[in-house]
Design a protein around this ligand. Structure first.
Ligand code: DAT
Ligand code: MG
Length: 143
């Protein structure tokens, strides 16, 4: 088995509630992920705009950046075979209605809207590498 890594974010609406964060951690472990690093992050609007620059101009961009800068959130490196796709599968679809139809998905349980959708997961090997480097520069040489 080859362990892979992904970057997971527990976004501000969930990170504000320590009990929910504990529930997520328990779920993450139960699904076979190892939490290799974890930190709490607070962004300003420019940090959020930079991270989500690919969505600049979309109707939800301003809302999305406001949400991500609205309070502290939790960043984690998750490790597991197929970590990138398995984490995205566990969080579920981007849109909240679709997520609610995926029973057991974390977004289905905790998203409050399409934008305030509670979780992030890297979407490719390259973005996982870049995003891990961004949040955990000390881990960057770990391959
Ligand atoms: P994902 O976070 O599932 O990778 P994405 O990269 O397409 O989704 O979009 C980034 C974030 O932008 C997403 O987590 C929430 C917000 N967003 C995306 N599509 C949206 C939509 N149609 N309406 C409202 N917010 C949206
Ligand atoms: Mg994305």
């Amino acid at each position: 088995m080859t362990a892979a890594r992904t970057l997971a974010l527990i976004k501000p609406s969930v990170a504000a509630n320590p009990h929910l964060v504990d529930t997520v951690r328990a779920r993450v472990r139960a699904e076979g992920f190892a939490v290799k690093a974890e930190r709490v992050v607070q962004w300003n609007l420019d940090d959020a705009r930079r991270f989500y620059r690919q969505h600049e101009g979309r109707f939800f961009y301003k809302r999305l950046c406001g949400y991500m800068a609205s309070g502290p959130f939790v960043a984690m490196i998750l490790e597991k075979e197929n970590a990138i796709s398995d984490w995205r599968k566990l969080i579920g679809p981007t849109r909240s209605i679709a997520a609610r139809l995926e029973s057991g998905s974390l977004r289905g349980d905790m998203a409050v809207s399409d934008t305030r959708n509670a979780f992030h997961g890297s979407d490719s090997v390259n973005s996982a590498r870049e995003e891990i480097e961004m949040f955990f520069p000390e881990e960057s040489t770990a391959g």
